[in-house]
Design a protein around this ligand. Structure first.
Ligand SMILES: Cc1cc2nc3c(=O)[nH]c(=O)nc-3n(C[C@H](O)[C@H](O)[C@H](O)COP(=O)(O)OP(=O)(O)OC[C@H]3O[C@@H](n4cnc5c(N)ncnc54)[C@H](O)[C@@H]3O)c2cc1C
Length: 501
């Protein structure tokens, strides 16, 4: 057993631990901390570039953040989109700081500007999209958003989507240039490399935390070196469980009240990928469609241009599929059965009964053939050729099912903490990586409030995240937003028109 007690341990080497770890170390430079990642490499689960869509979620194109009003013609509620935008803006603030201080690589290696578009078909959806754009444009965040139902404009915006489509089919889109494509995996690996090189900090890959239990000064963890099978125990005053799909099983071992009755349900993803340069060169954007009517709040399919491993590719999806694994690379098929307990069986059954429509949707998605997937693609890209597309695995979302939700499903991201602030964990997936700086700030506010009460600590936090204690979404903050945002674009080399209009 190691004799010293660390200040903090991070379980999981993904985007969440990377952001919180770096932010904490900059806030309190003398902290001694360690990061343990089960996989042989860092950030190769959900945070890896291929395993998520890389969308900088800012409410620009995702139609699930602005559901159609229950009564036709009623105003569209855009509050969720405003909230997501403000939270993503905090990530951009932190990234500006990280680039400016040499903690993150050159922006071109992990973030680039990509227009975000929403595509709809049919008269009713077009009316909704127009109303949505009007409601969004009333807020300074979304002023530059354009709407069009004219074929020539749409062809210019997204030729693959328009070509080969019958003139009789009404379509419309909104477009905003100031969207982003982010390689969260690349960014996380580089942030963790910086962290591991700091005094008092160590980052281990290939080390799985197998147990988490209370100890005098905080927590004791059992860590297994995956290659040799050797185990050791380490102690820390604070633990962050940023283990993605591995979080719920670890919380179950910790005996926290929040884990009582907590169930987990994995939904794996798949993409159709196109690498034909002639096709890829003709699409510049992330084009989101409406969520299928029976998919709950899972989000709609999208046709995205991505830059992965130095190559430009198109990704379409995600398609949901069935798995019992909680982690894509290091998970086991026994993960789901192994998570079942007497206290969470009821939660799982109630959620299944309450969400029969969603369950049917997931079964249908999982059973579909390649031909059905290509038909879904042709709704976006009518002239898509079968030979240009192959199917690849994406990440796994592990949905937390809570007793208190009485069967209702919430697809958000939630920070849970022990009542004494010695442990924090992250549940849920979406909007996930895009709001990682905001999540890190929430953990710091809840678990390290004394650091922020100290004037020096407060100043450091303000330097990293100027809006951590402000409501950026309030109209009064708009002027400040425009100024800050232009500066961020410059540092992150995102030369687009954010504050036009
Ligand atoms: C199909 C799909 C599309 C998505 N698209 C987007 C998008 O466009 N934009 C966006 O912002 N977000 C998106 N997300 C969500 C985003 O990917 C996640 O929210 C984010 O990557 C979660 O980061 P994390 O660090 O919490 O988890 P992860 O990246 O999964 O990292 C957790 C790490 O913990 C490790 N681990 C697990 N158990 C243990 C253990 N016991 N001991 C040690 N290590 C352990 C794992 O190996 C893993 O590396 C998407 C997700 C999916 C699945």
């Amino acid at each position: 057993m190691s004799s010293s007690v660390l200040d903090a341990i991070f379980i999981g080497g993904g985007v969440m631990s990377a952001h919180l770890g770096v932010m904490l170390k900059r806030l309190a430079p003398r902290l001694a901390l360690e990061v343990y990642e089960a996989g042989p490499e860092l950030a190769r689960e959900s945070s890896d570039g291929w395993n998520n869509a890389g969308t900088g979620h800012a409410g620009l194109c995702e139609l699930n953040y602005t559901p159609p009003p229950a009564v036709a013609g009623a105003p569209v509620d855009v509050s969720k989109a405003v909230e997501i935008f403000a939270r993503f803006e905090q990530s951009r603030q932190f990234w500006r700081y990280a680039v400016a201080h040499g903690l993150a690589p050159r922006p071109a290696e992990w973030i680039r500007p990509v227009p975000h578009l929403s595509l709809v078909r049919g008269a009713a959806q077009i009316d909704f999209l127009r109303a949505r754009q009007a409601a969004l444009r009333a807020h300074p965040f979304f002023r530059p958003m354009e709407f069009s139902a004219e074929r020539e404009v749409l062809r210019r915006w997204m030729p693959l989507v328009v070509e080969g489509r019958g003139e009789a089919e009404p379509i419309a889109a909104t477009r905003i240039e100031a969207g982003t494509d982010v390689n969260f995996g690349e960014l996380s690996r580089r942030l963790l490399a910086w962290l591991g090189a700091q005094e008092g900090c160590r980052v281990f890959a290939g080390h799985r935390v197998t147990q988490l239990r209370r100890a005098d000064a905080g927590w004791e963890l059992v860590v297994r070196h995956e290659a040799s099978g050797e185990t050791r125990s380490v102690r820390a005053r604070f633990v962050f469980v940023g283990a993605g799909g591995g979080t719920i099983p670890l919380l179950q071992t910790a005996g926290l009240p929040v884990a009582r009755g907590l169930g987990a349900f994995p939904i794996a993803g798949q993409w159709l990928v196109c690498e034909n340069p002639a096709v890829v060169a003709r699409h510049e954007g992330k084009v989101d469609g409406p969520p299928p009517p029976d998919s709950g709040a899972l989000g709609g399919p999208h046709l995205d241009v991505r830059q992965l491993e130095g190559k430009r590719v198109l990704l379409f999806g995600p398609f949901a599929t069935w798995t019992t694994k909680f982690l894509h690379r290091t998970g086991r098929f026994t993960d789901l059965p192994g998570s079942l307990r007497a206290d969470n069986l009821g939660t799982l059954i109630r959620t299944g009964v309450h969400n029969r429509v969603l369950v049917r949707f997931l079964v249908r998605e999982a059973l579909q053939s390649m031909a059905t997937r290509l038909r879904a693609l042709r709704v976006f890209y009518p002239e898509a050729r079968d030979a240009d597309w192959r199917l690849v695995e994406a990440g796994i979302r592990v949905q937390a099912l809570k007793q208190a939700d009485a069967g209702r499903l919430y697809f958000g991201t939630e920070v849970v903490t022990a009542s004494d602030g010695t442990l924090a964990a992250l549940l849920g997936a979406s909007p996930g990586a895009s709001v990682s700086a905001n999540i890190a700030a929430q953990v710091i506010q809840r678990c390290f409030p004394e650091r922020l009460r100290d004037p020096d600590g407060y100043a450091r936090m303000k330097e990293m995240l100027p809006t951590f204690d402000l409501e950026l979404g309030e109209p009064a903050a708009a002027e400040d937003y425009a100024r800050q945002s232009a500066e961020i674009d410059e540092v992150l080399q995102l030369g687009t028109a954010r504050s036009a209009g």
